[in-house]
Design a protein around this ligand. Sequence first.
Ligand code: AMP
Length: 195
Amino acid sequence: MRIVLLGPPGAGKGTQAQRIVEKFGILHLSTGEMLRTAVQKETDIGHKMNKFMAEGRLVPDELIIAAVNERILQPDAEPGFVLDGFPRTISQAVTLNDLLNKEAVELDHVVELRADDEILLERILTRAQEARDRGHAVRADDNRETLKVRLEAYTEQTAPLIEYYRSKGVLRSVDGLQPIDAVTRDVFRAIGKPT
Ligand code: AMP
């Protein structure tokens, strides 16, 4: 099973991807996590990417596409994967499509988690504050100013993917503002595996 989760920052892609992975044992591929790991390693490329991430902008396609392509071709991705945070531009989606075509496989489902910008902003800021109160680390880009840029990047660069995948007939939309378990129920229905 090959799934893409689409949705703005804070819509719950990571949480829902985790639940799909627990249930179906497929690979969870979060490009945000991949990039944060690269940044922590303090490589040259990590420094370059950190600049974009800290500002809330997307890292250039060429940096991310090569990394994702390589990962998808690993043997542990063969039974399937959930992509969380990729593709985020039409160019990334087209490259992914070409790669899968070459491997004679295709995406089974693209699930869009819908959520309203204002609510997302408050949701992420509350979550960051709660983490801070518990003494946990908070993502550097989970602040009001950077979040605005991340939401703009979503609207301008990623939201066009909704039409792209709708025209391919693989898009399903789920209300991401419901309680987490209700979102999971709808996501599982959307991928044809009702709980
Ligand atoms: P996320 O954890 O998915 O919210 O991603 C955090 C940050 O990583 C984003 O704001 C971007 O700067 C970068 N990023 C993650 N995935 C991608 C992608 N597919 N294309 C470009 N930049 C990405």
